[in-house]
Design a binder for this molecule. Sequence first.
Ligand code: K1U
Ligand code: ZN
Length: 171
Amino acid sequence: MTVRPLVILPDAQLRLVSEPVTAVTDEIRTLAADMIETMYDAPGVGLAAVQIGVLKRVVTIDASKDENAKNPTVYLNPEIVWSSEEKRVYDEGCLSIPDFYGEVERPDRVRVRYMNLDGATVEQEADGLLATCLQHEIDHLNGVLFIDHLSKLKRDRVMKKFVKAAKRDAA
Ligand code: K1U
Ligand code: ZN
């Protein structure tokens, strides 16, 4: 298992739409294992494959409260099939937008359908942090970032900061 480098804003890859997984191959199993390693190393509670530069619809999440019990789930081609009317606000972060947080309102509960690493179709209902994280990661698969849910003023400010940092790092 390998910790892979993270793709950081304003990298244009983060705006691309990821491709569905058509079969569970050794390549997908290795990708998932590397994503789990990278997610724990960051540390984060979730990761989408695009965040390590792979444009496949693969997500890993471990939103369990017990920090000592690792319990990652791999979601292939996850899709939201139901979301609650009730909303919740969470102060979100993103491993591709380090050290920036913002309050995002999303449905409080969701039901997701996905394929697991055995190739089986699974449905899961989620609430709390897991529901927020699933929506954040599925956004990544569609080229959407949590800053897109903030005001234009806040989004422009954070974009400017990261563009400046990228230019400084390239110099
Ligand atoms: O997709 C990502 O960038 C990962 C992101 C997931 C996420 C967290 C919170 C709300 C929505 C989505 C992160 O994991 S950011 C880091 C983080 O939240 C965290 C890190 C260590 C311990 C606990 C939380
Ligand atoms: Zn993110």
